[in-house]
Design a protein around this ligand. Structure first.
Ligand code: VG1
Ligand code: CO
Length: 558
C-alpha cells in the first residue's frame, strides 16, 4: 500500500482543554477535521515518530471505531512502526496509561470525552498521552495547537484496512517498511496489574463472605461506559461477586442516553438503589473509567476530597505501597484540604497543583508523589499517570477489608482524628460564554483591588475576613514550568476558601464551577449544605454570579 498526501486547511479552535480536544461529534465529523488533529499530534512528536509504537483506544462512544481506523491509516503513512489497539477500540483511560508504561511506547491516543454524554448529537474527544503514560503537558498541547493553526497537508495509507474486532497481529508493507497493528485484549494487562497492586484474596473474602463474616454487598455501576468489561472481569470473574452486584456493564455508544458522570445527580440511579437496597458500598465510574464515586450503606456519600484523605491515611493496607513506600501527596487547588492534614500528621510532602491530571505527572516521575486526587471524583496513585476509578474502588475495598469498618465509620473516625473539611461544588453548566467571561474579569478585578485583602464579608451570624485573594498560578517544582490563571481564589483568615473557575472540558457554552471549602475541628457531623450556606452566600454576593449567569440555582451540586 502507498502513502497519499491530502491537502487540507486549518480549522479554528483545535485547542486542547483541561483534558484533550472535546467537541460535538458533528464537529469531529467534518471532512479533514479529525485527520488534521491526528496529524498535528504526530507532527508534534516528529523527532521520535519514525519506528515508534503508540497505544490507541477509547471509551466506546460513538465515533471511536471510525477514528481508530483514521489513526491506523495516518500512523502508517507517517512512519509509526506499530500500534497497540484495544479490541473494538475499547481501552479505559487508566488502562492506556498503564499500557504505555508497560510496553514503553512513545505515547498513546485516547478517544474519549470522559464524563460528557455520547452519541451522534453529543461529544467526542481526542487526547494525547506521553511516554510516562500521563496526559501531555501544556507545552506539548500548545505545540499541537500551533500546528493545527498552520496545517496544510496530512498523510494517509487508504488501503490499510484492519479488523479491530479480532485480537491478533496484522502486518502491512508501507513502501518497504513494516507497519504492525496489534489488536489486544482490552482488559488483560490491566487486570494482571491490579492483581499485583492489591490483595485479591483478601478482597474476595470480603465480597464473598467467610464463615465468620457475611458477604460485603457491593453495587458497582459502570454507567454503560468503558469500565463494563473491567468490572465484569475483576468483580465477577476474579472477586466472585454476583451479577446482582454490578450494573450497566455493557459499553454503549451513547451510554444509554445517560450522562456518564459519577456524581449525586447523574448517578442518582445508583444512589437510589443503594439507599433502598441491602448494600454496603456503591461505586460508579465515568465514561472513560478514570473517575469514581464511592457511597456507603444507605448511600452515605464520600466527597472525593475526603476519599483522598482517607486513602492517604490507609495506604499501608495496600500491598503496592507496602513494597514501594509512600512518598508525598497532592491535590488540585479547588480540592478541599483534608489530605493536607494527613500529610502534616504523617510528615509527608504535600503539593497543590492546578486542575487537571497532567500537573501530577512530573512529581510522580520524580518520586515525590504517591497519591493524589481532585474534587471532581478523581483519585489515583503513581501506579499509572492517570486517575483511576477501578483502582480507587479496589483501594476502598482493601481498606474496608483490613479495618473491618463500614464506609461511614471509616469517615467518622477520620473526622474525629483530623477534623473535617466541609466541601461543596456548584456547577452552572452550559451558560452563555460572554457573560461568564465578564463575570470572571469583574471578580478578578474586585478581589485583586487594594483593600480587598482584609475586608470582612458577613452572612447570617458568620463573618469572614479575607486573608489572600488571587488568580492561582503554579510553578512546577520539577521543570519550573508555570501555569497562570488557574482559578480565582479567596482565602479567609480561618482557612475557609471560595474558588471560582470556568470549566475546560465542555464542548459548548461555559460551565462555571464554584468550590467552597471550610474546616471544622470539632463540629464534624453536620450537613455540608447547611454548614457552608453562609460561605456560599458570600461567594454569590461577591461574584454576582446569579446576575451574570442568569441562573438562580446550579445544575449540579456535589
Ligand atoms: C474537569 C474537572 C477536572 C478533571 C477534568 C478531566 O475539568 O474539574 O478536575 O481533571 O475534568 O477529567 P474542568 O476543566 O471541566 O473543570 V475527565 O474524567 O473529564 O478526563
Ligand atoms: Co474521565
Amino acid at each position: 500500500p502507498g502513502v497519499v498526501t491530502v491537502d487540507t486547511k486549518p480549522f479554528e479552535g483545535q485547542k486542547p482543554g483541561t483534558s484533550g480536544l472535546r467537541k460535538k461529534v458533528k464537529v469531529f465529523a467534518q471532512e479533514h477535521y479529525t485527520e488534521n488533529f491526528i496529524q498535528s499530534i504526530l507532527n508534534a512528536n516528529k523527532d521520535s515518530l519514525v519506528g515508534c509504537t503508540l497505544v490507541v483506544g477509547g471509551d466506546g462512544r460513538y465515533l471511536v471505531k471510525e477514528v481508530v481506523d483514521k489513526i491506523i491509516k495516518i500512523s502508517a503513512a507517517n512512519g509509526v512502526a506499530r500500534l497497540l489497539v484495544g479490541q473494538n477500540g475499547i481501552l479505559s483511560t487508566p488502562a492506556v496509561s498503564y499500557l504505555i508504561r508497560k510496553y514503553k511506547t512513545l505515547g498513546g491516543i485516547i478517544l474519549s470525552a470522559s464524563h460528557n454524554p455520547g452519541g451522534i448529537d453529543n461529544d467526542f474527544g481526542i487526547k494525547f498521552n506521553c511516554a510516562n503514560g500521563g496526559p501531555a503537558p501544556d507545552a506539548t498541547t500548545n505545540q499541537i495547537y500551533d500546528i493545527t493553526t498552520t496545517i496544510k497537508q496530512y498523510k494517509v495509507v487508504p488501503e490499510i484496512n484492519c479488523d479491530i474486532s479480532k485480537i491478533g497481529v496484522s502486518n502491512f508493507d508501507v513502501h518497504g517498511s513494516k507497519f504492525t497493528v496489534e489488536v489486544i485484549d482490552s482488559v488483560n494487562d490491566y487486570v494482571a496489574y491490579m492483581k499485583e497492586i492489591f490483595d485479591f484474596r483478601q478482597i474476595k473474602a470480603l465480597i464473598q463472605g467467610t464463615p465468620q463474616r457475611k458477604p460485603f454487598n457491593v453495587l458497582i455501576d459502570a454507567m454503560s461506559g468503558v469500565t463494563g468489561p473491567y468490572v465484569k472481569r475483576i468483580f465477577i470473574d476474579e472477586l466472585g461477586a454476583k451479577e446482582s452486584n454490578v450494573r450497566r456493564i455493557v459499553p454503549l455508544e451513547d451510554f444509554g442516553g445517560a450522562h456518564p458522570d459519577p456524581n449525586l445527580t447523574y448517578a442518582a440511579d445508583l444512589v437510589n438503589a443503594v439507599k433502598g437496597g441491602d448494600y454496603d458500598l456503591g461505586a460508579a465510574f465515568d465514561g472513560d473509567g478514570d473517575r469514581n464515586m464511592i457511597i456507603g450503606r444507605n448511600a452515605f456519600f464520600v466527597t472525593p476530597s475526603d476519599s483522598l484523605a482517607v486513602l492517604a491515611n490507609n495506604l499501608h493496607h495496600i500491598p503496592y505501597f507496602q513494597r514501594s513506600g509512600v512518598q508525598g501527596y497532592a491535590r488540585s487547588m479547588p480540592t478541599a484540604a483534608a489530605v493536607d492534614r494527613v500529610a502534616a500528621a504523617t510528615g509527608k510532602e504535600m503539593f497543590e497543583v492546578p486542575t487537571g491530571w497532567k500537573y501530577f505527572g512530573n512529581l510522580m516521575d520524580a518520586g515525590r508523589l504517591s497519591l493524589c486526587g481532585e474534587e471532581s471524583f478523581g483519585t489515583g496513585s503513581d501506579h499509572v499517570r492517570e486517575k483511576d476509578g477501578m483502582w480507587a474502588a479496589l483501594a476502598w475495598l482493601s481498606v474496608i477489608a483490613a479495618t473491618s469498618q463500614s464506609v461511614e465509620d471509616i469517615l467518622k473516625s477520620h473526622w474525629a482524628q483530623f477534623g473535617r473539611n466541609y466541601f461543596t461544588r456548584y456547577d452552572y453548566e452550559e451558560c452563555a460564554s460572554n457573560p461568564c467571561n465578564e463575570m470572571m474579569q469583574y471578580l478578578e478585578k474586585t478581589i485583586t483591588s487594594p483593600g480587598f485583602v482584609g475586608s470582612s464579608h458577613s452572612s447570617g451570624d458568620k463573618t469572614y475576613v479575607v486573608k489572600l485573594a488571587d488568580n492561582f498560578s503554579y510553578m512546577d517544582p520539577i521543570d519550573q514550568s508555570v501555569a497562570m490563571k488557574q482559578g480565582l481564589r479567596i482565602i479567609f483568615e480561618d482557612g475557609s476558601r471560595i474558588v471560582l473557575r470556568l470549566s475546560g472540558t465542555g464542548s459548548s457554552g461555559a460551565t462555571v464551577r464554584l468550590y467552597i471549602d471550610s474546616y471544622e475541628a470539632e463540629n464534624v457531623l453536620g450537613d455540608a449544605q447547611v454548614m457552608l450556606k453562609p460561605l456560599i452566600d458570600v461567594a454569590l454576593k461577591i461574584s454576582q454570579l446569579q446576575k451574570y449567569t442568569g441562573r438562580e440555582a446550579p445544575t449540579v451540586i456535589t
